[in-house]
Design a protein around this ligand. Structure first.
Ligand SMILES: Cc1cc2nc3c(=O)[nH]c(=O)nc-3n(C[C@H](O)[C@H](O)[C@H](O)COP(=O)(O)O)c2cc1C
Ligand code: SF4
Length: 690
């Protein structure tokens, strides 16, 4: 199909210093949990995006000198020439499809604890390191000699980046992560020499480095600056108006201004707390201050919103991190007039958890993310079906829907049977919870895709038993029957149920999602630690309950530190008047009271309550699976080659695990039996000869 002419403007070229971007789709740096440990996986992922139509594609932040690094987090490194082959592989993968390759030089300064290099961290002013883990390390104040060294290191890094094949170099002054920001901010720069005090002085290092980088490679490479639009760290941090003064003062300095929000948590705000284009107010008007292109983020998924940003003269190019992860082919979709096929980012930030846990990133919407090289999974292409023809998918939650979609794409005859009256499983229920409506895109995208496939039949309101399944005679059956919240409090703290005299009504998140609500004073016991406890607290406040959230963790929704949501969740609950009780576990329910104990000292207490909500753990709904396994000797006679259990039914986890399980099932059906072999590729550190 042809492109909608309304979107033509998105495909205009943009000049960035000495290089030309072929369209306005700009993929800003984003890490992936693989970095220098998994360079081929990261390179292939970037290459796929180039194939998907982005004109500019950045690597994640690239630690440009060994004297500043952010271990244990795994990013890229440009420490010496040994790093060049891995970086060249990334640039080459991006160039293969005619995109420009960028890398972000990061000198972490006050944000780099140097746990690996063991070097003393350097910063404008001596102070303790500012990291997520508050490492007990301090930076020393940089001398003039250090500043000269830093300038030279940048020049050297630029020359190396150019040698590796990069076309754009981004200098990092955003999110509190880059040294230029530490110099710009009066919070972290308390110097009294020519690098401190006035804005001109505080921006001196930035100016010197940009000029020197341009001098070194500016004839062929663009030098961009990534700035936070406002620092959001309290009184001393810089404001949006100061950023505007800075841009006006250095209007022609970089080849492009790349504007990000305050901290990383602000910038990558989840859909629970931030709408699309949430930074618009902070960016509006900046283009008038500089002749250079201005680019900015905003979890952009709607081409109409993107066009508005350009036509209203707010941005020159649209920056994407998460939407490019969820849908690496987004520009091609728009170009080919297939916008409705876009797999829209749901804003859950699971991709960030891969970086925060130093594992490897996942994406809830795009199960192929970071598996492009490891497993050879291309987000667009999939092997045609193997020897078998028919598959029954039982359950249309995230795992079942993704399995049916991918199996349908492979060309199998698929029947998807769902016991409920809507597609989406847990997503049907969870999308109605406060702040989670965008999560419904997991179901919406797949429902539309399935509606386009003549070889997939969907049956709603169709609860199947073992007899039905054995009678149908499908060659393969996959059970994606979801999970249920337990009411008995068993989770991490209690491996057997705590005492309960049934004196209080007890609810689970499933009850609340089904509309069965408590009232009065409600105690939530959260031993799950991801989003559900906080979301349920919000829901109950909306219902007029007086809510206490009791958790053995040190933070509300503790695991959401990994999705950068924890601070916003805590603030929201405080705003709503939720009584937050940390480091205490429910120890029993007796005589209308909830007993609790301090997880460290064991000190006991109790509080009156009208009801308890257990956000403890989930169990897989595997009764059907068990019934079928008990009759395994009948499978062959009935023509059944395999029956598998996947997703939450096999092992409850976040939605991303379920879409991955569904996709994996579909990819591997009729595949070779690899026995005990490793089911993915990896790279192993090369040994030196000495
Ligand atoms: C997984 C992930 C990793 C990120 N890593 C970086 C990074 O290395 N450097 C950087 O400047 N920004 C990083 N960001 C921030 C993004 O570049 C971007 O500014 C932010 O996510 C907002 O854009 P979006 O709404 O399109 O995701 C990262 C974002 C994500 C989601
Ligand atoms: S993991 Fe979630 S936030 Fe990240 S790209 Fe995928 S859908 Fe978007």
């Amino acid at each position: 199909m042809a492109r909608d002419p309304r979107y033509d403007i998105l495909f205009e070229p943009v000049q960035i210093g000495p290089v030309t971007a072929k369209n306005r789709f700009y993929q800003v740096p984003h890490c992936n949990g693989g970095g220098y440990r998994d360079p081929s996986a990261a390179a292939r992922m970037r290459g796929i995006k180039a194939e998907g139509g982005w004109s500019v594609i950045f690597t994640e932040q690239n630690e440009m000198h060994h004297s500043s690094e952010i271990s244990p987090y795994i990013e890229l490194r440009l420490w010496d020439d040994d790093d060049l082959p891995m970086l060249a592989k990334m640039a080459d993968a991006i160039h293969e499809y005619d995109a420009l390759a960028g890398t972000q030089l990061a000198y972490a300064g006050i944000n780099g604890p140097n746990l690996y290099s063991k070097e003393i961290p350097l910063a404008p002013t001596a102070m303790p390191i500012r990291t997520y883990t508050s490492d007990p390390v301090s930076a020393r104040a940089m001398t003039k000699r250090d500043i000269r060294d830093l300038r030279r290191w940048h020049r050297n890094a630029c020359l190396r980046a150019k040698a590796a094949g990069f076309d754009l170099i981004c200098l990092y002054a955003a999110h509190g992560h880059g040294i230029f920001q530490h110099f710009l901010s009066t919070a972290t720069n308390q110097r009294s020499d020519e690098y401190g005090g006035s804005l001109e002085n505080r921006s001196r290092l930035m100016r010197e480095v940009v000029e020197e980088c341009k001098d070194a490679i500016g004839d062929s490479c663009a030098i961009t600056l990534r700035l936070s639009l406002v620092e959001t760290i309290g009184e001393l941090g810089f404001s949006n108006s100061e950023v505007r003064d800075l841009i006006e003062m250095h209007a022609e300095l970089p080849d492009l201004w790349d504007l990000a929000h305050g901290t990383w948590a602000d910038c990558s705000g989840p859909s629970r707390f931030k709408e699309e284009a949430a930074q618009q107010e902070l960016v509006e008007g900046i283009k008038a201050l500089t002749p250079r292109p201005v680019v900015g983020v905003g979890r952009f998924t709607s081409p109409d919103v993107m066009v508005r940003q350009i036509k209203s003269n707010i941005l020159d190019m649209i920056n994407y991190a998460r939407p490019s992860i969820a849908e690496p082919f987004s520009p091609r979709r728009i170009d080919e007039g297939r916008v409705e096929d876009t797999r829209e980012c749901i804003g859950c930030n699971i991709c960030i958890s891969g970086d925060m846990t130093m594992s490897i990133s996942r994406c809830t919407q795009n199960p192929t993310f970071m598996e492009e090289w490891r497993k050879g999974w291309h987000p667009e292409n999939i092997e045609p079906r193997g020897d078998s023809e028919t598959v029954l998918v039982v359950g249309a939650g995230p795992a079942g829907l993704e399995a049916a979609r991918a199996l349908g794409k492979r060309g199998y005859q698929v029947v998807l049977a769902e016991a409920g009256t809507e597609l989406g499983g847990r997503v049907v229920r969870e999308r109605k919870l406060p702040g989670l409506s965008a999560w419904g895109r997991v179901a919406d995208y797949r429902e539309y895709q399935l509606s386009q496939m003549a070889n997939v039949d969907i049956y709603l309101d169709s609860e199947l038993g073992a007899d039905d399944i054995l009678e149908f005679g499908f060659e393969h059956v996959v059970l994606a029957t979801g999970s249920s919240w337990r009411a008995d409090g068993v989770s991490r703290r209690h491996v057997v149920p705590p005492p309960n005299d049934d004196s209080l009504p007890l609810f689970t998140p499933d009850d609340l999602m089904a509309g069965k609500m408590p009232d009065g004073k409600v105690v939530i016991f959260d031993d799950d630690h991801y989003y559900m406890g906080g979301v349920v607290a919000e829901l109950l406040v909306e219902q007029g309950c007086e809510v206490t959230l009791l958790t053995p963790a040190a933070h509300v929704s503790q695991w959401s530190n990994n999705t950068l949501e924890q601070g916003a969740i805590h603030a929201r609950l405080v705003e709503l008047g939720v009584d937050i009780v940390l480091n205490r576990a429910l120890s029993g329910i007796e005589q209308g009271r909830v007993s609790s104990e301090c997880v460290f000292s064991g000190r006991a207490d109790s509080m009156p309550a009208d009801a308890v909500v257990m956000v403890a753990s989930r169990v897989g709904n595997d009764a059907l699976w068990q019934a079928l396994v008990a009759r395994e000797d009948e499978w062959q006679d009935k023509g059944i080659k395999s029956i598998k259990l996947i997703g939450d039914a096999e092992s409850p986890a976040p939605i991303a695990w379920a879409t991955y399980a569904g996709h994996r099932y579909a990819r591997e059906l009729d595949g070779p039996d690899i026995g005990d072999a490793l089911p993915f590729r990896r790279e192993v550190t090369q040994l030196k000869n000495d």
